[in-house]
Design a protein around this ligand. Structure first.
Ligand SMILES: [Zn+2]
Length: 431
């Protein structure tokens, strides 16, 4: 009787996996070898052996030249993307090159770098998910640690910062955000050009030297091409902008100025509540904070009714609120000379009140008048909400990313979310 010879089914499976792997990730000088399921850190995982192609010579990591083999190191694992919930690893024994110029070095590999256990592909994969989910959720879903996700994002950010283009930056915004508790700040520099709004730089604190560092890293030539800078009234910023980008029109924009108003109203309200308490009066402003900070058009019907009630009382908070609402008209002027008249007039009225925080705003506006009026010079050329939009996104990132205990982590998360950074484009897009 004749029996057809059966092929080895295991070999067939291996071949199929290899075919798929070669479709998504093919290396010129390496081939996929045996594939097995084995325990890695106590968990069953798919392990794929990799071997150098016959006669291929290893690459020196420093000069990038092909050199002779010096020796081989023990096999080690490189984590790849999980398959059907199995963790998946490459297994490879790295060669050491004998480089006449650089000495004996561990060869450069196309799928991973240095002592890092994750492959490039897996790092990009995790980092992509970490943009959609929180880092914690990403770690949970892929059964890995928060620290691993952090390293993956860091890799992608480092790559992106090294490979991004900084050409064509003509509009920037400088802003500070409060981070952690206490008075800790990050200085944020955004590109505001239409279509390319992104975080260019962020650094700890908001001192003169902070922003100087940005300009230093950004470079003289590029700084000379900046046309508009939106910033707030923070003196160190203004000083550095005037020095490092003297050709640029520095605009104190609406968002930053109105933020100063909100802070003043908040201060007045807090002082007043304290006064109520001291006098044993009823706190009519309880829960009134948001009413006062919101624009009237954003209030609900119930809130409007409540605000009407408050307006009947002769409260400092209300006076501050009305002064702010009145100032909003400033932004509607078409001509800067009319706007200037309005501003002078408003400042005079504010200074006649007994609202110290509002008087402070008035004095600030008066001393920065030319920069504020620059708003009208740039009108139509600059989007007013750009800095505000970026600022909101930054705050969202911070909220979503709880668990960032260090400033360094936070910076990486911000670059990751807001930097519009390029990713290694030679890798297969898995997600
Ligand atoms: Zn070399």
């Amino acid at each position: 009787m004749f029996f057809p010879k059966r092929s080895n089914p295991n070999r067939k499976k291996t071949m199929l996996i290899k075919t798929l792997l070669n479709k998504v990730e093919r290396y010129k000088s390496f081939v996929y070898g045996a594939i097995c399921v084995m325990l890695v850190d106590g968990v069953e995982a798919l392990v794929i052996d990799i071997e150098p192609r016959r006669n291929s010579r290893p690459l020196c990591p420093e000069c990038g030249k092909r050199r002779n083999v010096y020796d081989r190191q023990p096999r080690r694992l490189f984590e790849y993307l999980p398959v059907w919930t199995y963790k998946c690893y490459y297994r490879y024994a790295p060669r050491r090159v004998d480089c006449p110029t650089c000495g004996v070095k561990v060869e450069a590999l196309p799928w991973g770098y240095g002592k890092e256990r994750m492959t490039f592909s897996y790092q990009v994969f995790l980092a992509r998910w970490a943009k959609r989910l929180s880092w914690k959720e990403t770690a949970d879903i892929f059964e890995t640690s928060w620290d691993t996700v952090f390293r993956a994002v860091q890799f992608v950010v480092d790559y992106g910062l090294a490979h991004r283009s900084l050409d064509g930056v003509t509009e920037i915004g400088v802003d500070e955000i409060k981070v952690f508790k206490g008075h800790k700040y990050l200085t944020m520099v955004y590109q505001l050009n239409a279509g390319v709004r992104r975080l260019l730089w962020c650094g700890p604190e908001r001192k003169t030297k902070t922003l100087l560092r940005f300009f230093h890293e950004f470079g003289k030539e590029r700084s000379a091409k900046i046309k508009f800078v939106c910033s707030d009234m923070w003196a160190p910023y203004l000083k550095v902008i005037a020095k490092k980008a003297p050709q640029a029109l520095n605009i104190l924009d609406r968002f930053h100025i109105m933020r100063a108003f909100s802070e003043a109203i908040d201060q007045i309200r807090r002082d007043e509540v304290k006064q109520f308490k001291a006098n044993g009066q009823e706190n009519v402003l309880e829960r009134g904070r948001w009413l006062l900070l919101k624009r009237p058009e954003n209030l609900s019907e119930k809130q409007t009714a409540r605000l009407d009630e408050l307006l009947k009382l002769n409260l400092a908070s209300i006076k501050g609120y009305l002064l702010r609402e009145d100032f909003q008209r400033f932004w509607d002027y078409q001509r800067s000379d009319f706007a200037e008249k309005f501003l002078d007039n408003w400042v005079t009225r504010a200074l006649q009140t007994d609202l110290e925080p509002m008087k402070k705003v008035a004095r600030m506006l008066r001393s920065h008048k030319p920069l504020i009026l620059n708003w009208f010079k740039a009108k139509g050329q600059l989007s007013s909400g750009a800095v505000e939009g970026m600022n909101l996104k930054a705050k969202l990132t911070m909220r979503k990313a709880f668990g960032f205990r260090t400033l360094k982590c936070l910076q990486i998360a911000l670059y990751h979310e807001l930097g519009k950074l390029p990713e290694p484009d030679y890798l297969h897009r898995f997600c």
